[in-house]
Design a protein. Structure first.
Length: 238
């Protein structure tokens, strides 16, 4: 059964080649899909240069920076058109350790959605300023209290979905883009009764390249949890 690792990129020229090399060397059943938003630093060109050497590298190019959530939705649709059983989300900046990929896939063999979690065993984050850590940690608690969803790291972006989860969620109706995108996917999977498991990972702040995340994605997440909660109560979650 094949795995597709979806990697959204925006200016990741310092990371992408090395990351793809490591991932593809792990297992022949692993393929990668880079969803690049016309990165000015030429990330897509580096991927294209690698493609003739390995048929397991795929690339979707979008005309401009359109956000993380829509990049993943595009990647999910691509995966569902093909025969992938395991579909993963992963950042390009090595915050997610490629060495953890086999563990996530293995766990997904027995579950429907596996989340690489920073908060199962204490706080596993390297190199974050204390303030950012506090925001993330309490945001996770806030999400849990309002939605009732029993997930300790609802905003984490290192995940493995079984195909049926993505088939069971209406991808046209995904509303959010930043941290809220992760919450929304988890919430919709949870409401549908899919089995979710968190496994511990260590998250390391990026060493190369710059962050693309803005302040307002925190606010998007803050109100999105209420929207999701009330839609569920009204039976209007789709
Ligand atoms: N295609 C696409 N990829 C994006 C976009 N925004 C971010 N990314 C990618 O999504 C992943 C996560 O973005 P980051 O900038 O690392 O966000 P973050 O991890 O919250 O921020 P840092 O802690 O600073 O790394 C990276 O692989 C980015 O290149 C976007 O608009 N489009
Ligand atoms: Mg990052």
């Amino acid at each position: 059964m094949k795995t597709l690792i979806i990697i959204p990129t925006y200016n990741e020229c310092e990371n992408i080649e090395r990351l793809l090399g490591i991932l593809l060397a792990k297992d022949q059943k692993i393929e990668v899909l880079v969803v690049d938003d016309n990165s000015p630093d030429g990330t897509a060109d580096l991927v294209k240069a690698m493609m003739p050497n390995d048929a397991r590298i795929h690339l979707l190019e979008r005309p401009g920076k359109m956000g993380l959530g829509s990049a993943y939705v595009t990647g999910f649709k691509y995966a569902l058109e093909k025969d992938y059983e395991y579909i993963m989300e992963m950042d390009a900046d090595f915050s997610h350790n490629p060495e953890d990929v086999p563990r996530l896939i293995e766990a997904a063999g027995k579950k429907d959605l596996v989340i690489g979690s920073r908060y199962v065993t204490g706080v596993n984050i390297v190199n974050w300023p204390f303030k950012r850590l506090l925001i993330s940690y309490f945001a996770s608690k806030y999400v849990r209290i309002i939605t009732g969803m029993p997930i300790k790291d609802p905003t984490g972006g290192f995940k493995c979905f079984r195909r049926k989860v993505l088939e069971g969620i209406n991808l046209e109706r995904i509303m959010s883009d930043g941290y809220a995108f992760q919450i929304e996917m988890n919430f919709k999977a949870w409401v549908k009764g899919f089995r979710i498991q968190e496994i511990p990972i260590v998250f390391t702040e990026r060493l190369n390249g710059v962050s693309k995340m803005s302040r307002n994605i925190v606010w998007e997440a803050a109100w999105m949890v209420w929207l999701l909660h009330f839609r569920k109560l009204l039976g209007a979650l789709d």
